[in-house]
Structures are given as structure tokens and as C-alpha cells.
Design a protein around this ligand. Sequence first.
Ligand SMILES: NC(=O)c1ccc[n+]([C@@H]2O[C@H](COP(=O)([O-])OP(=O)(O)OC[C@H]3O[C@@H](n4cnc5c(N)ncnc54)[C@H](OP(=O)(O)O)[C@@H]3O)[C@@H](O)[C@H]2O)c1
Length: 322
Amino acid sequence: MSKKKIVVVGGTGYLGQHLLQALADSPHAYDLAFTFHSTHPPQPLLDAIPTSLPFQVDLKSGNGFPTHLARFSSHFNLPDVVVNCAAISVPRACETDPATAHAINVPSSLVKWLQSFKESSTLLIHLSTDQVYEGEKSFYKEEDVAVPVNVYGKTKVAAEKYISDNCPNFAILRSSIIYGRQTVSPVPKSLPIQWIDGALAKREKVEFFHDEFRCPIYVKDLITIILALTNQWISERKQMQLLLNAGGPDRVSRVQMAEAVAQFRGHETSLIKSVSASTVDRGVKSPADISMDITRLVQTLRINPVSFKDGVRLTLTAETKQ
Ligand SMILES: NC(=O)c1ccc[n+]([C@@H]2O[C@H](COP(=O)([O-])OP(=O)(O)OC[C@H]3O[C@@H](n4cnc5c(N)ncnc54)[C@H](OP(=O)(O)O)[C@@H]3O)[C@@H](O)[C@H]2O)c1
């Protein structure tokens, strides 16, 4: 049987790198390709997934998606699965340049590329966000109306609509904050658990919000979800139109996140200064409570993400071993 072909769009980002490594280490032995955008993939990433095929793509212009798949590579024909991890994922950057954020975050060029395959048999797994929700109540369900409060959330809602209107076979994952160990080639943005740990290690008071709630998801759980969807499509070939909240089981405030890190690391919890999010101007509106109900995820895929406390332990233990 020929190897199944998977393209990771945004393979150089935080989730993309973790996903590529998991796919490369999988016993299923997939044929892998991935996209990069701003700079050539760093050597540590190429070394970690030596047989994969990188190609440069600009989602904004659509440049780079190969028009003839044979030219893409002699052995790499139609992809079975495309996972879109590419985005302008920093809310403040979206707020500064809404037109660019929209052009990149709504993956119309990617969807058009998929539509160009005459015999369409590709599953698109697309990463959305909990920031599609307004943040005015706890434990949002997928059927709750999406009322984003910032440009980032608006571009993600537009992306979800574009995909549902134009793709016959997709799974959209509304991810909460993704946390876990650093990637094989470190990403430039600061990672949440490592940032908290570093800040508290200085033994100075640090402010955390007591009134902003999320359901952070451990990166390995998100990858388990993506692999489960991939393998379901490959083995059953039953088209899907799925929308899933992808969060961890715990609704935590920023203060509670900091407390979990402090407890594991033995930092003084008195260094955690509890403040209201309303006291700080971050240049972008941030929804207050976008905690999510993950019943549909658990029932559909039979996956139970780890608790936040366990995820923190796994993250910091993995960082120490690196
Ligand atoms: N990280 C989180 O906590 C979180 C939470 C909720 C949802 N999400 C969503 O999950 C997905 C993955 O997030 P992430 O944190 O892994 O993102 P990330 O680290 O910011 O990576 C973004 C990726 O997008 C690519 N990219 C940027 N502009 C592009 C363009 N014009 N054309 C093509 N590719 C472009 C980047 O390529 P280069 O590096 O080569 O430029 C990079 O590979 C995103 O959709 C994000 O919105 C993330």
C-alpha cells in the first residue's frame, strides 16, 4: 500500500513543528511535506524530519502552491490530509494590520489549491481559536453564537465560514492556548508556561489577571486530536464536516495558571499579584471568559486531554530534560 501523504501548512510555527515531529515519529510512516513562509526552515527542524519536503508559500498572495503536483515532487501526488497551522496568531499583530490578518487567516488560496485537485479526496484540518467567542459566560459550546471582540477572532470566524462554504471535507479545531515544551527549532514568541516560570524565578512580584479565563490545551493532546482525525479519514474515507472545541478540561484564570507553575517549581506564591485585566491596555480587546465545553471533542474522538496541572508538570519536566 502506498504511503499516505500529509501536508502541514505553517510547519515552521509552534504547533506545526510539534506536529511534523509527531508525524515523522509515527509508526504509520507518512510521506510528509510542509510549508514555510518568511525564512527557510531552520536546520534543526530539517534534521528532525529528514525525509520531508519543504516548500515556500504565501497564503496572502497564494504564491507557492504547486500548480502541477507532479512537479511538486516525483512521488508526492494528491495529499490525503492537509493541516493548516499557518496564521497571524498574535492578536495585537492582527489589530495593527487587519487587511493582512484577514488575507492570511482566511485560507482562501489554500482552499482554492485543494479545489484544483480534480478528484478531491483531501481532508482539511484547520486550526481556529477560542477567541471566536465573546467571553461573556463560561464553557462555550460549538453551537453558541460566535461574537469575536477583536480582529484576530473576526478573521478566524471568517475562515471557519469560508471553509464550511467551500470544502466538502473538513475538521475545524477551536483551540485554546496551546502550551508545552519548546519546539526543536525554538520559535521567537514567548511560551506561556516557560514565561511564567521565568518571571517567577526572578523572585519579583508579577501581575496576573484573576478575571480572564481559558481552557489551555497541552500541545501533545492537540496533536493526538489531529492524528486521530487524520487516521479516521485515512481508514474510513467518510467525509466529515466537523467543528470541535479543542481545549483542556480545566477552566483557569491567569492567576491559577501561575499558581500551578509556582506549585510545581516551588516558587513563592506570594510573588503572584492578582489584578484585573481591566487595569492593563494591551492594544487589543481580550475576551474575559472563553472557557469551552469539550464534551463534543471527548465524545467524538474518545480523547481526554490532560488536566492543566498535569500538563504543566509534563511541560516543565520535558524542558528540564532538553
Ligand atoms: N499558539 C496558541 O496558543 C494558539 C491558540 C489558539 C489558536 N491557535 C491557532 O493555532 C494555529 C497554530 O498556531 P501557532 O502558535 O503554531 O502559530 P505560529 O507559531 O505563530 O506559526 C504561524 C505559522 O504561520 C506561517 N505564516 C505566517 N504568515 C504566513 C503567510 N503569509 N503565508 C504562509 N504561512 C504563513 C508561519 O511561517 P513562517 O514562520 O515561515 O513565517 C508559521 O509557520 C494558528 O492558526 C493559531 O491561530 C494558536
